[in-house]
Design a protein around this ligand. Structure first.
Ligand code: PLP
Length: 395
């Protein structure tokens, strides 16, 4: 079985373990890593046919590589997409998609609650090529409607968003995109296909930072784009092939192994994060907890509708601003102080001075990222130990 369609009848866990694998004549059980930059041809005529795209097959690992293809097909089968493209990072996925689908004079409406580097890429670099961006609230669909112009081409969403876990209504985004003939894009990093499959809601393209939950053990940087062959097959793939935003085969193999345990990991981190969030909500030094699994989350009902899990990211605002937030972070014993997330190791960060440190104070204020905000990516340690490590001694 090698076609993505053939996996449609299987459950998600089965796809995560099995989809995309094509055994070689050696009969290996685990997927091999094809560490080769180029591929040989049987004769000059075959080389010519491959370059002329008259014959399918590998040429060079910047274009295609069997280990990378296995990852692409497996993730595409999990997201329910026709085509997957592996990239060198999550940011490379966003860059490759934008270069492949937008041109000078195009306009993008984006949620203002997006990953820090995504916003930098949009504002500092893509604007140089004549692409314009308007930022709107992730939760107020009227703002999206009002921001759409005649030259708008793309709607860009991250849900749940980093770091405050705001949830955008995918059905409403899809409806707006269809009405106005726009491409809808969802960064599905926080949910993963285990919890949310935007393509099933009618979204056009899903973006991943494979660095996070898909790897799941904090080892490699990578990304992916998933969507229809029509949208991705020509220009988006063309940017990868000619621009070289390619995933390495070794990293693809690590991500394949990560995908095989994604279902049970997402379940386990969601259970632990729920307990951490509930505990934090009862702490006197905590002003506010942001977690989609808490009934007082502003989009709690929407979250129940479009996600099957609440995820592993818990953010909270402590009393006392930056000083108190840093004190809490510094008082942890085993939790890793790092901006990465989606690891088996619980990680902690202060968004205002790390991931969102390059935003202007106005941008941060508008996005609700306060100086007392702390973001925790709950891992797989015993939850009692995680809670103990976060205990707010003096705060
Ligand atoms: C990390 C991240 C990215 C960027 O991915 P890299 O692999 O670091 O390039 C994009 N979006 C979200 C939501 C992320 O968390």
């Amino acid at each position: 079985m090698d076609e993505i369609d053939e996996w449609a009848d299987y459950g998600l866990d089965t796809r995560s373990v099995r989809a995309g694998q094509k055994r070689t004549n050696e009969g290996e059980n685990a997927e091999p890593i094809f560490v080769t930059s180029s591929f040989t041809f049987s004769d000059a005529a075959q080389a010519a046919a491959r370059f002329a795209e008259e014959e399918d097959g590998n040429i060079y690992s910047r274009f295609t590589n069997p280990t990378v293809r296995t990852f692409e097909e497996r993730l595409a089968a999990m997201e329910g997409g026709e085509r997957g493209i592996g990239t060198s990072s999550g940011m490379a996925a966003i860059l490759t998609l934008c270069l492949g689908t937008l041109r000078a004079g195009d306009h993008v409406v984006s949620s203002r609650s997006i990953f820090g580097s995504t916003r930098m890429l949009f504002n500092k670099f893509l604007t140089r090529f004549g692409i314009e961006f308007t930022y709107v609230s992730p939760t107020d669909i009227d703002q999206w409607q009002d921001a759409v112009r005649g030259d708008t081409k793309m709607l860009f969403v991250e849900t749940p968003a980093n770091p405050l876990t705001e949830i955008t209504d995918l059905a409403a985004i899809v409806e707006l995109a269809r009405q106005r003939g726009l491409m809808s894009v969802v960064d599905n990093c926080f949910s993963t296909p285990v919890s949310q499959r935007p393509l099933e809601h009618g979204v056009d393209v899903v973006i991943h930072s494979a660095t996070k939950y898909l790897d799941g053990q904090g080892r490699c940087v990578g990304g992916a784009i998933i969507g229809s062959e029509r949208l991705l097959g020509e220009d988006v793939y063309g940017v990868l092939r000619n621009g070289g935003t390619t995933m390495s085969p070794f990293n693809a193999w690590v991500f394949l192994k990560g995908l095989e345990t994604l279902g049970i990991r997402m379940q386990a981190v969601s259970e632990r994060a729920q307990q951490v969030a509930q505990w934090l909500a009862g702490q006197p030094g905590v002003e506010r907890v942001y977690y989609p699994g808490l009934p007082d989350h502003p989009q709690y009902t929407l979250g129940r509708r479009q996600q099957s899990l609440s995820g592993g990211i818990v953010s909270f605002e402590v009393q006392g601003g930056r000083r108190a937030a840093w004190r809490l972070i510094d008082a942890t014993r085993f939790i890793s102080i790092t901006a990465n997330l989606g690891d088996t190791k619980t990680t902690i960060t202060h968004p205002a001075t790390t991931t969102h440190g390059k935003w202007t104070p106005e941008e941060r204020a508008e996005a609700g990222i306060g100086d007392g905000l702390v973001r925790v990516s709950v891992g797989l340690e015993n939850v009692e130990d995680i809670i103990d490590d976060l205990r707010l001694n003096e705060i």
